[in-house]
Design a protein around this ligand. Structure first.
Ligand SMILES: Nc1ncnc2c1ncn2[C@@H]1O[C@H](COP(=O)(O)OP(=O)(O)OP(=O)(O)O)[C@@H](O)[C@H]1O
Ligand SMILES: [Mg+2]
Length: 476
């Protein structure tokens, strides 16, 4: 175009200037020299079409100035040539305006796309950084969002694989009918659903809190369901421990009250039986035998009430800095002579760097280990090996003693009950169900805690965790 103009009007230099007043720029030119922007601006403001050998043809479209065509003709222009220039300006201006408009639009679209992309990446990052598994399905049960957490782990599925497929093709752990019912409920009611689920997906039993959250793209019905799965195993076991501690404390208070009421009449019964026996020495043997039976049964009851009192209010026996390893070895020494215990294998794995670091009553500690070892022996039916292990815990802040047996293990349903007084699975006469409740109370009285890992057929691990006291003692 510029060449055509140059030819027609015999101009050696011709340049195209675009932009508003302040930002005039030479966009194209033919010829060795061109005026400066200031010169062009001056000519444009002066509204003159020529000066010092320059001809300025304004490019106006819709009353807006787009710039100018600046020529240096070698001849004086004829009227025809002038009108040609006017025609060129008339054709060029709207085209340039359109082009500028298109370019602005293109830049805007590009900018907006970048912004949307940035926002999408931020949203994706947020969803991926959440410490929960999250996915979103639409009305056709097709997955539209699948976060990083759902890609990891043993049952992880990659995002590429999941997006676009139906949830039933991806999740196989739950029957499709159950899954569909859960989603349909949220789609139909628009209400949030929360429930807990147990899973062995990671190889160990973990508890998840699943939330199914309805989502609407507009004001209409639910269009998507967001599913969030949060691992609440630790929270749940802390919660269980807390409610167990509360429950046992309540039982303890109740037991203490009852025992107090029973002990007095028991003492009266024993005293009466004894005085009757002394007063009627020459009575027939059945009467004397009956009186002695009363006394021995009272003794048995006394034994139980004493144990129960041990549970409800363990005596705070004299404490000193003791070595847990010693307490274990002394317990084993006592048990060495037990006929049934002798049949078991004993494996000792004691951390000898643990010294006198736990503030405890060593007799009570031995009582705990004794109870646990007898339970292990009962569970193994005198066959197998029991392992006693000690180690440091929590960055040397606690001492842990573990008793592991190869016995029958504990049913899941029984686990929350084993520390309750009188809970026993042993035949009548074999166990009173007080052993573990007393262990629990003693350990709690030592500011420690007792934990258990067990499953039927897999043996049990009882873990006693006691706070280290030597460092605190030194400081106080
Ligand atoms: N090592 C273990 N293996 C399997 N089950 C156990 C183990 N330890 C305890 N249990 C279960 O916990 C129950 C309660 O134990 P606990 O020591 O309190 O009472 P007990 O042993 O039955 O009776 P007691 O100790 O009063 O003689 C047991 O009856 C048993 O079912
Ligand atoms: Mg026991």
């Amino acid at each position: 175009m510029l060449e055509r103009v140059a030819d027609t009007v015999s101009a050696s230099n011709i340049s195209l200037w675009l932009g508003g007043e302040g930002e005039l720029k030479c966009e194209a030119r033919i010829g060795p020299t061109a005026p400066t922007a200031a010169q062009v601006r001056a000519l444009l403001t002066a509204r003159t079409s020529s000066a010092s050998g320059l001809i300025v043809v304004r490019l106006d479209a819709a009353h807006n100035s787009l710039g100018a065509l600046v020529l240096m003709p070698t001849i004086v222009l004829t009227p025809d040539q002038r009108s040609f220039l006017a025609t060129v300006a008339d054709i060029l201006a709207p085209v340039l305006r359109q082009a500028a408009y298109a370019q602005r639009l293109e830049t805007e679209v590009l900018e907006r796309t970048k912004q949307i992309d940035r926002e999408r990446r931020v949203t994706e990052r947020i969803i991926d950084s959440l410490p929960v598994g999250l996915y979103v399905i639409d009305r056709d049960y097709r997955i539209s969002v699948w976060n990083r957490k759902r890609e990891t782990g043993m049952q992880g599925v990659s995002r590429e694989e999941a997006i676009g497929r139906t949830i039933f093709e991806i999740l196989h752990r739950q029957p499709a009918t159950v899954l569909r019912r859960e989603f349909d409920e949220v789609f139909a009611t628009g209400r949030l659903q929360i429930f807990q689920m147990e899973s062995m997906a990671s190889g160990e039993l973990r508890t998840f809190r699943i939330s199914k959250i309805p989502m609407r793209l507009d004001d209409g019905p639910v269009t998507h369901v967001i599913t969030v799965g949060e691992d609440v195993t630790e929270w749940r076991s802390a919660n269980d421990r807390f409610s167990q501690a509360e429950k046992l404390a309540a039982i303890g208070t109740l037991a203490a009250g009852i025992m107090h009421e029973i002990n007095n009449p028991l003492a009266t019964i024993a005293a009466c039986a004894e005085s009757l026996e002394l007063s009627y020495e020459n009575s027939p043997p059945e009467i004397l035998d009956g009186l002695r039976l009363i006394q021995s049964e009272v003794q048995r009851c006394k034994g139980i009430t004493d144990s129960l009192l041990d549970f409800s209010r363990p005596k705070a026996g004299a404490k000193a800095l003791v070595n847990v390893n010693d307490a274990i070895e002394r317990t084993l020494y006592v048990l060495k002579h037990h006929t049934r215990f002798k049949k078991l294998g004993v494996h000792l794995d004691l951390d000898r760097t643990i010294g006198n670091v736990v503030r405890a009553n060593s007799e009570q500690l031995m009582q705990v280990f004794m109870s646990l070892l007898i339970n292990a022996m009962d569970a193994m039916q005198d066959l197998g090996t029991v392992t006693l292990r000690t180690r440091w815990g929590d960055n040397l802040r606690t001492v842990i003693a573990e008793i592991t047996d190869q016995g029958e293990g504990i049913r899941r349903a029984d686990l929350p009950k084993i520390f309750e007084p009188f809970f026993t699975t042993k035949p009548p006469g074999r166990g009173t169900g007080l052993g573990l409740s007393i262990c629990y109370a003693i350990v709690a009285e030592h500011d420690g805690r007792i934990e258990v890992d067990s499953a039927p057929g897999e043996g049990s691990v009882f873990r006693i965790i006691l706070p280290r006291a030597d460092e605190t003692e030194e400081r106080t």
